[in-house]
Design a protein around this ligand. Sequence first.
Ligand code: PMT
Length: 219
Amino acid sequence: AAELPLQGKHVLVTAGPTREQVDPVRYFTNYSSGKMGYAIAKTAVRMGASVTLISGPTALEKPAGVNFVEVISTEDMYQAVMKEYPDQDLVIKSAAVADYTPRIKYNEKMKKNKENWSVEMEKTTDILSVLGQKKERQILVGFAAETGNLEEYALDKLKRKNLDMIVANNVAQEGSGFSVDTNRVIIYKKDGSSIEYPLQSKEKVAEEVLLQALELMPL
Ligand code: PMT
C-alpha cells in the first residue's frame, strides 16, 4: 500500500556517536546526538519496514517497534553491523563513527604526573567501506558530514565506498548537522542525479531519505 511503502523490507539504521576509550575514565567522541538516525528509524517503522537500529550512546529514548542494538565503540558497531547486514534490503549509516581510536587503551586511570600527554591514535575500521565491498542486493546509503567542499567530498565518498546514495550535510551551517532538530542536506545518487533541500526538520529529512532510497530498490 502507498502508506506502507517499506512493507516487507528490512532496514538497518546506524545512529549516534561512537566512543573511544583511552583509560577507564576518559574517552574521545563527537557531537552526534542520534536525532538524525533515530528519526530515520522511526519513519521507516511508520512506513512499514522491519527496522534494526544500531546506536552509539545517546540520551534519546529507544524508538518503539525497532530491533534495538546498543553499542559503544566503533569496533562494537562494526561487529553489530556485520552480524545484521546479511538480512537487510536497505542500510542507512547516519552514525558519526569515530575515525580514530587511541592505539593504547590503559587499564588504569592515567595519573596527572606529566605536563603534556600525547595520545597516539590509529584508524578505525571504515564500516561503510567494508559494506560497500560486500554489497550484493543491498541498497547502501551513507551520510557525509562536511564543513566545506560538500559536493566534492560527498561524491568522493559515494564512489570510493561503493554507495547507492549519499546524504551530504554541511555541519558548519547554522541549524544544520550535529545535535540540532533540523538539517540541511543534498542527496547525491549513483546515477549522477542530486536533490538539494532547504533547512527542514530531521523528521522531514528522514522521510525524504527513505523515499529516495526506495526509488533505488528492486521491486
Ligand atoms: O546525530 P545528530 O546529532 O542528529 O547529527 C546528525 C549527523 C550530523 C551525525 C548526521 O547527519 C551525519 O552526517 N552522520 C554521518 C557523520 C559521519 O561520520 O560522516 P563522515 O563523513 O565522517 O562519514 C561518512 C560515512 O561513513 C558515514 O555514513 C559514516 O557513518 C561512515 N563511516 C565513517 C567512518 C567509519 N569508521 N565507518 C563508517 O561507516
